[in-house]
Design a protein around this ligand. Structure first.
Ligand code: HEM
Length: 151
């Protein structure tokens, strides 16, 4: 019997264990369906992607996660420059994005597999935030007055 046909006592399909192109596809479909229902995040995505752009966006995200999780090299792109161009993107949205991602991953995968996705997403989100919102030459929070070992 395939994993998809086994059912839990609750009547829900069994949680998935494996990271495959198929399970990544399911995660992407469920995650962006949840994003499109989310009152805070949906407007940002809908404005950038538009109704007609969703199939392409989902296909890009399948290739991205395939590269991240399976090392397939199927994604070639520059998420930093893409996110710099996303109107209305704000730092606090990343924590919210991650919470939605974590909840969808936990609804599909056994905890060990969900944790692998969430750990990757967390690291990428942190690095995206740092680079997208980094303003070279911006005035630092406070002048550094302590003496350090560097010239
Ligand atoms: C607040 C959080 C985020 C928002 C609102 C957001 C929004 C978007 C939007 C609107 C696009 C499509 C842009 C376009 O086609 O013009 C996009 C693309 C993308 N996002 Fe995000 N994003 C977020 C966080 C993340 C995170 C955490 C990841 C990775 C773990 C990620 C990975 C990507 C990738 C790979 C693309 C495709 C880039 C390409 O076209 O090559 N995003 N995002």
């Amino acid at each position: 019997m395939s994993a998809a046909r086994r059912i839990r006592p609750s009547g829900a399909p069994a949680l998935l264990t494996g990271v495959t192109e198929a399970s990544i596809g399911l995660l992407i479909a469920r995650f962006y369906a949840a994003i499109r229902r989310d009152p805070d995040l949906a407007p940002v995505f809908e404005a950038a992607i538009g109704e007609a752009g969703w199939p392409d966006h989902l296909a890009t995200m399948c290739r991205f996660w395939s590269s991240v999780m399976l090392g397939s090299g199927r994604y070639a792109g520059n998420p930093v420059s893409v996110h710099r161009g996303v109107a209305g993107l704000e730092r606090p949205m990343f924590a919210h994005w991650l919470a939605v991602f974590e909840s969808v991953a936990a609804s599909l995968f056994v905890p060990e597999t969900a944790a692998l996705f969430v750990a990757k997403a967390g690291r990428i989100a942190a690095s995206l935030q740092n680079t997208v919102f980094h303003r070279p030459g911006a005035v630092p929070d406070r002048p550094v007055v302590e003496t350090g070992p560097c010239d």
